[in-house]
Design a protein around this ligand. Structure first.
Ligand SMILES: [Zn+2]
Length: 410
């Protein structure tokens, strides 16, 4: 029998949920990431047993929850555990970075079923990049033997400021051609699923908070250091987007008014002085001017230098590379200190390509952060590497997209 709740006559599947109680149950299940009994739901959600039983029955009927075995016996009758089954539907998650695109298919519970990443230049423009992402989704669907109609919701992260209400990028500095490009429409022709768009660093913060090193941490700043520098801020367990959706645009804080011109048009932004292109530029200069035989050798051997190779040069004992990385870490740490003084988070998570440079960078970020923040704010402030790392973005995109459809009907 066709499920009328999930699929109306015109093919739309929404709303997925019937009421606020179901939304609370599904949010709890999505966050729990493990099978849960009706008794536990009753205890944690504050609805009575009868209500939980009734709503769970509806959710099972609608295919959004399934029975997943029995709980450990505590002497009495063993209770049935419920979970979000694979058959509930799929989430397509896309993480567009400046130099890569990552795509994953996950369950509605945001567990990754298939994942693929490819190098790509975001400056190729939205058509080319999004077509590539769509092609990758199709390949992954084939890989797991699923059809397009199983995709319930699509989440997408992009490396620029996204206006929340419209899901449009607004004047993104490193993304020519993307300004107010209708991203959602690109998917609309092939998918009935709604598309949720947010900044790439925001979704990484959401991913890390949902299932990574920051799980259970309610106040955190996630800093991505790559081609650009940005941050995602979670306050009180919720992503802080700000009124226009551009909160956390950490990379364009000015650290030197006389510094180099940034992609945003201003001078001396943190990003222009400490992100991957700045590290490479300084390293190339050292190599060319003969100050660093190590980096000159790398450049001659591979034809170019990358930020990661500058990190390798540190490992090989190159003092120039060491001072470049330290300077970058110091600038990031001192800017972060200002954010810590304002927001008083309980954890800082560092991710992005440049974070792979290793301990030198992290150590320098820590020391300059601790030096410049209020002692009270840093007393118990761990500064840690992203745990989800390469899948933080797609995980967060999936969480955002799943939450977007697991809401009470308005
Ligand atoms: Zn800037």
């Amino acid at each position: 029998m066709t499920n009328t709740r999930l699929r109306t006559e015109d093919g739309a599947r929404y709303p997925l949920l019937e009421n606020g109680a179901q939304a609370r149950i599904m949010a709890f299940m999505h966050e729990a990431r493990r099978p849960v009994s009706r008794a536990e739901m009753t205890e944690k959600l504050g609805f009575n047993r009868r209500r939980i039983s009734m709503e769970v029955a509806r959710l099972v009927e609608n295919g959004l929850l399934g029975e997943e075995g029995l709980a450990e016996s505590d002497g009495g009758r063993r209770s049935t555990l419920l979970g979000i089954p694979r058959s509930a539907g799929l989430v397509a998650a896309v993480d567009v970075g400046a130099t890569h695109v990552d795509v994953a298919l996950t369950t509605l519970g945001s567990e990754i079923l298939a994942h693929e990443g490819e190098p790509m230049d975001v400056r190729e423009g939205p058509r080319s990049v999004l077509d590539k992402a769509k092609g990758m989704i199709s390949e992954l669907l084939e890989e797991i033997g699923a059809g397009r109609e199983e995709v319930l919701t699509i989440g997408l992260g992009v490396p620029g400021p996204v206006e929340q209400a419209s899901g449009l990028l607004t004047a993104p500095p490193i993304m020519p051609g993307w300004d107010r490009f209708p991203i959602r429409e690109v998917f609309a022709g092939e998918y009935v699923a709604p598309v949720f768009v947010d900044n790439d660093v925001n979704i990484m913060a959401v991913g890390e908070h949902w299932g990574g090193v920051a799980k259970g941490v309610n106040d955190l700043i996630f800093v991505k250091i790559g081609t650009g520098i940005g941050s995602g801020i979670i306050i009180g367990g919720r992503l802080h987007r700000g009124i226009q959706g551009c909160a956390g645009d950490f990379g364009h804080i000015c650290v030197d008014p006389d510094g180099p011109v940034c992609t945003c048009g201003n001078s001396g932004c943190l990003e222009a002085m400490a992100a991957a292109p700045a590290i490479v530029l300084q390293a190339e200069r050292c190599a060319r001017e003969g100050e660093s035989p190590v980096m000159m050798a790398i450049m001659q051997e591979r034809g170019e230098l990358t930020a990661r190779q500058v990190g390798e040069a540190v490992g090989l004992g190159c003092p120039c590379a060491l001072s470049i990385i330290r300077r970058s870490g110091r600038l990031i740490g001192q800017t972060l200190a200002a954010a810590v003084n304002v927001l008083n988070p309980s954890m800082i998570v560092i991710g992005g390509g440049v974070s792979h440079i290793g301990n030198t960078l992290l150590a320098e970020i820590r020391s300059s952060l601790y030096q410049r923040s209020l002692p009270l704010a840093t007393r118990n402030l761990p500064v840690v590497m992203s745990e989800l790392d390469g899948v933080a973005g797609v995980t967060g995109a999936s969480v955002m997209a799943a939450e977007g459809v697991l809401k009470a009907p308005s």
